[in-house]
Design a protein around this ligand. Structure first.
Ligand code: ADP
Ligand code: MG
Length: 347
C-alpha cells in the first residue's frame, strides 16, 4: 500500500468506490451476458450444468495483514474458490466479490486488493460480474462466490470412489503450512524485538504457496484432453488425511496410502527438518495446498502415471479395512483427521 496517498472511502461514497474498483473490469466469457452495474448479472451456460461455490475470508481468522500483501490476498480469495470449481471437474466462468471493511482501509488499499482479484481473473479466464460493498466495525471480510460450467453429468463428487481405484494427488503437499509457520515465526520475532527485520531464509517456494496459491486448472484440462473422469475428487484445503477421509466417508470405502509416495517439495522437506517437524505430518495435516486429490479406475493408470505432476499415492479398499498409512518403515497406522489447524486463530 502506498501510504503517501490515502483517500478515505467516505470521501468517495459507496457508489463511486464501486465504480472506482470496477471501472476497468473486462468480460471474457461469451456466457457473461450482463456484468457489474445492474441489479443482478445475467449468465448463459449454453446447456451446460452450473456449479456454484462460495467462501468467506475473515481478517484475523483466515489471513493476517501483518504479512499478507493485499494484492496477494485478492488473488488468493479468488483462487480458493476456483479451486473448488475445478475440484468438481468444472471450468470456472464468473465470480462475485463482496467486501466489508472498516475505516482503516483506504480507497488505495481496496484498489490494491482488486488488482490481485483482476490478476486472478485474467490468469484463470473468469469474469467478475458483481458483488457487494459494505462497512464493518473492525477488519476486512471478503466473500467470493464462483460459478463454473460442466458438460451435463460430467461433474465429479466426493462420493464415487470404488474398491481398487487408485488414489492420486497433484503437485506437492505440506508447503503452504510450512510457509505459514515461517511467516508466523517471523511475525512473532518482529513483534517481540521491534525493528529486527524478518528473515525468510530465502524460502521463496513455501512462502509463495501460502501467500499466492494457484488452483489446478491444468489438471482439469489434462482430464478433458485424455478423456479421464476421476471417480471422486476434492481439493486439499484441510490436509491430506482429513481430505482423503472425506472421500472415503462419502464413498463408503477404506484406503491405503504410502508415506514414501506422498509428494513433498525438497525445499519444504529441508525446512521442516530444520524446524524439527515431520514433513509427512505437515503433508497429512497442514492444509491450504489447493492441490487436487482424486481417485481413478485402474484402467486409467497408464494415462495418469505419465503425468509429471500427478502422484499415485495409494488405493481404495473395502470400508472394513479402515484408512491406513503405510510408513517408510513398513508399519501400518490409522489415518486420522488431526485437528491441527494451520491458521493461527487469534484468541
Ligand atoms: P444493489 O443496491 O442493487 O445491491 P449495489 O450498489 O450494491 O447494487 O451494486 C451495484 C453494482 O455493482 C452491482 O452490479 C453489484 O453486483 C456491483 N458491485 C457492488 N459491490 C461490488 C464489489 N465490491 N465488487 C464488484 N462488484 C460490485
Ligand atoms: Mg448491493
Amino acid at each position: 500500500m502506498n501510504e503517501e496517498t490515502r483517500t478515505e472511502v467516505d470521501s468517495l461514497g459507496e457508489f463511486a468506490l464501486i465504480d472506482h474498483l470496477t471501472k476497468n473490469n473486462e468480460t471474457r466469457n461469451a456466457g457473461t451476458i450482463l456484468s457489474v452495474g445492474d441489479d443482478a448479472a445475467v449468465i448463459d451456460h449454453f446447456g451446460k450444468q452450473t456449479v456454484v461455490t462460495t467462501d468467506m475470508l475473515v481478517e484475523g481468522i483466515h489471513f493476517d495483514l501483518a504479512y499478507t500483501p493485499l494484492r496477494h490476498l485478492g488473488y488468493k480469495s479468488v483462487v480458493v474458490n476456483l479451486s473448488d470449481v475445478y475440484a468438481m471437474n468444472a471450468v470456472p466462468q464468473q465470480l462475485t466479490m463482496s467486501i466489508a471493511f472498516s475505516n482503516r482501509f483506504s480507497v488505495e488499499a481496496l484498489a490494491e486488493l482488486y488488482e490481485g482479484v483482476y490478476a486472478a481473473c485474467r490468469y484463470y479466464d473468469v469474469d467478475l460480474v458483481g458483488g457487494d460493498t459494505t462497512s464493518s466495525q473492525k477488519g476486512l471480510i471478503i466473500s467470493v462466490t464462483a460459478l463454473g460450467e460442466v458438460a451435463p453429468g460430467n461433474f465429479v463428487t466426493r462420493s464415487g470412489a470404488k474398491k481398487g481405484d487408485l488414489i492420486c494427488v497433484s503437485g506437492d503437499l505440506g508447503s503452504a503450512f510450512l510457509g505459514l509457520t515461517l511467516l508466523e515465526r517471523e511475525k512473532k520475532i518482529w513483534m517481540e524485538t521491534q525493528g529486527v527485520q524478518p528473515d525468510f531464509e530465502n524460502q521463496k517456494y513455501i512462502v509463495q504457496r501460502i501467500l499466492k496459491p494457484e488452483a489446478r486448472k491444468d489438471i482439469i484440462g489434462f482430464f478433458a484432453e485424455k478423456n479421464i473422469k476421476p471417480t471422486a475428487m476434492l481439493d486439499v484445503s484441510d490436509g491430506l488425511s482429513s481430505d482423503l477421509l472425506h472421500i472415503c466417508e462419502k464413498s463408503g470405502c477404506g484406503s491405503v496410502i504410502y508415506e514414501e509416495k506422498i509428494p513433498i517439495n525438497e525445499d519444504a522437506r529441508q525446512f521442516a527438518y530444520k524446524l524439527e517437524l515431520d514433513p509427512t505430518a505437515c503433508a497429512l495435516s497442514g492444509g491450504e495446498d489447493y492441490e487436487l486429490l482424486f481417485t481413478i479406475a485402474q484402467t486409467e493408470y497408464e494415462a495418469v502415471s505419465q503425468h509429471p505432476d500427478i502422484s499415485i499415492i495409494g488405493y481404495i479398499t473395502e470400508p472394513e479395512k479402515g484408512n491406513k498409512l503405510i510408513t517408510k518403515g513398513g508399519s501400518a497406522h490409522d489415518l486420522i483427521a488431526q485437528g491441527w489447524n494451520p491458521i493461527n486463530v487469534k484468541g
